[in-house]
Design a protein around this ligand. Sequence first.
Ligand code: 4NP
Length: 165
Amino acid sequence: MPYKLLFVCLGNICRSPSAENIMNHLIDQANLSDRIVCDSAGTSSYHIGSSPDRRMTQAANQRGIKMAGKARQFKRDDFEQFDLILAMDQDNYENILYLDPSGKYRQKVKLMCDFCHQHTLKEVPDPYYGGPEGFNQVIDLLLDSCGGLLEFIIQEQGLETAVKN
Ligand code: 4NP
């Protein structure tokens, strides 16, 4: 069984699809695509079925990351289906845990920025109502935190890596 990651933000059209696609890019480079799989979701229902925001896609493409996926809403069943659930900000974190009143899955839910090595920000800021620099910042933070997250999973799961030529 592959290790399953779920990235979560508010709308599932900016931050969490970027995290999913960046992580898939790094997993592919490490030749671990059959060992670690990714998905993403939003805490809201605002954009269900939508493709990633075109400003986000543009920022990602400029960094060599392709964007795929359609927005869906986080659901209680995700607690069972995924090994690790990564919230982009504190609101996302709290909205996820609100659906787990008994605290059974609390240990599966982490803040994405906890895996950053270079950046000191504690949240991936919501870029939706801001300018283009916000989308670039999302990519910067996620490249850092996805790299740290991959290292963490490789160690914790004892995975062998082989970098592709
Ligand atoms: P995301 O960004 O949570 O990173 O996907 C947002 C997308 C849409 C909205 C807010 C944030 N919205 O209010 O519609």
